[in-house]
Ligand binder design. Structure first.
Ligand code: PLP
Length: 448
């Protein structure tokens, strides 16, 4: 097959045809590649040899910065000592140690950890634990899993079933049979250009009560939400919304799952968004920032009562028929442990809290641009909605993304016609000012 990039790159063009890139317009990207070849601190180096500020922490992963010596050295050490150990039946010390450490960092009695390799696996694990938990307690009729419109819970069949992004669902109709969705909390007419939690929308949590009224609360197993929805353009929760979900769950014996794959580990200035919003869920899904993205790692934090419900029956019996070959992989555990050191020793959560108002000030400074229709921000995350071209949705944001990369040396993201920002927790105030200064110039049509 011919390689479209060859035309651009001439005789020495790399062959880009074989790799099917995930969540990427493959043909356009291979025709004009945006490859990254190395990274250090808050910067990538592109294939063009230019240093580019990492405005999205890779993919919400690299809060402690790239090529972090503490993490690099820990992984290298681990590699020399134990490259792999089976997590079924055996395990190894680092997995127990990291679980203990994460349990200490988590709020309330979220005392147990099940390791996965990704956020998608974390979500499917949490949903399976919810179903099995109710069955273990003699409430096997609780099979309804409730998600929310505009949610992203990864790409497994479970996560897509409770997810609410239409493009992620449309082509894959064999989803889980028993799901329902809350309405999303995006209400631009009420909450436009607000910083932090949205003023309006607590009543949307009552959708859960309506679903209980419709299906019978005693048939609902779990509700899963992102405390702040990231993938559909940073939707902070309305004030009081998460608390009200918790109350309705308690009323009906429903498990509350927070998908914190992007909010955990500092993005909102705490180890977990649950702590920031003062709401204790029954499970938390995490990934990304747990290992600074250095080695794939995800997992689920589980409250004591949920865990303990499985620890009955004969002690020689397997309690949960679930797990991955690479659950608790030694390299991931080493990366996870060193990443926790970075967060704690370097005070990165406090740093994120200190940067939050700086970030909000600079992103909100773009609100008066005629093509900007809304800006949302909470923690070190923010989104700018651009007025779409009605004839070609997403092309406005994609054009801005490409100009940001090639002309402004910025690595950012877009979803639909929304630009998304989530710089590393180690960023400086100057870097954040520069990021949005450049975006402002780009929106005004200027280069450089
Ligand atoms: N859940 C949320 C909230 C996410 O944002 C993501 C990824 O961005 C996932 C789950 C999936 O994680 P992964 O890509 O590691 O499977």
């Amino acid at each position: 097959m011919s390689n479209p990039a060859a035309a651009t790159y001439g005789r020495n063009a790399p062959d880009l045809a074989a790799l099917w890139m995930p969540f990427t317009p493959n043909r356009a990207t291979k025709a004009a590649p945006t490859r990254l070849v190395s990274a250090d601190g808050a910067f990538y180096i592109g294939e063009d040899g230019r240093k580019k500020f990492d405005g999205v922490s890779g993919l919400w992963c690299s809060g402690a910065g790239h090529n972090n010596p503490r993490i690099r050295e820990a992984v290298t050490r681990q590699l020399k000592e134990l490259d792999f150990a089976p997590s079924f039946l055996f395990g190894h010390p680092a997995a127990f140690d990291l679980a203990t450490r994460l349990a200490k960092a988590a709020p309330g009695d979220l005392e147990h950890v099940f390791f996965t390799n990704s956020g998608s696996e974390a979500v499917d694990t949490a949903l399976k634990i919810a179903l099995a938990y109710h069955q273990a307690r003699g409430e096997g009729q609780r099979t309804l899993l409730v998600g929310r419109e505009r949610a992203f819970h990864g790409v497994g069949f479970g996560g897509v079933s409770v997810g609410g992004m239409v493009a992620n669902r449309r082509a894959f109709q064999n989803l889980l049979p028993r799901t329902a969705h809350l309405r999303h909390t995006y209400q631009p007419d009420l909450n436009r250009f607000q910083i932090g939690e949205h003023e309006h929308g607590i009543d949307l949590a009552d959708d859960l009560q309506r679903l209980c009224d419709l299906h019978g609360g005693e048939t609902v197993a779990a509700v899963i939400v992102e405390p702040m929805a990231g993938s559909t353009g940073i939707l902070p929760p309305p004030v009081g919304y998460l608390k009200r979900l918790r109350e309705i769950c308690d009323r009906h014996g429903i498990l509350l799952i927070f998908d914190e794959v992007i909010t955990a580990f500092g993005r909102l200035g705490e180890a977990f968004a649950a702590a920031r919003f003062g709401v204790l869920p029954d499970m938390i899904c995490f990934a990304k920032g747990v290992s600074n993205g250095v080695v794939p790692l995800g997992g689920v934090m589980i409250r004591k009562g949920v865990h303990d419900a499985f620890m009955t029956g004969p002690d020689w019996a397997i309690e949960l028929f679930h797990g991955y070959t690479y659950s608790g992989h030694p390299l991931a555990m080493a990366a996870g442990m060193a990443t926790q050191d970075c967060y704690e020793v370097d005070g990165l959560y406090a740093r994120a809290r200190a940067l939050e108002p700086v970030f909000a000030k600079h992103i909100m400074a773009l609100r008066d641009h005629p093509d900007v229709t809304d800006i949302r921000t909470v923690g070190l995350a923010g989104a700018i909605d651009l007025k779409p071209d009605p004839a070609a949705p997403t092309t406005r944001a994609r054009a801005a993304f490409l100009r940001a990369f090639h002309e402004q040396d910025l690595v950012i993201r877009y979803t639909g016609d929304t630009l998304v920002f989530a710089p590393p927790l180690i960023s400086t105030e100057e870097q954040i000012a520069d990021l949005f200064g450049k975006i402002g110039r780009l929106l005004h049509g200027a280069a450089g």
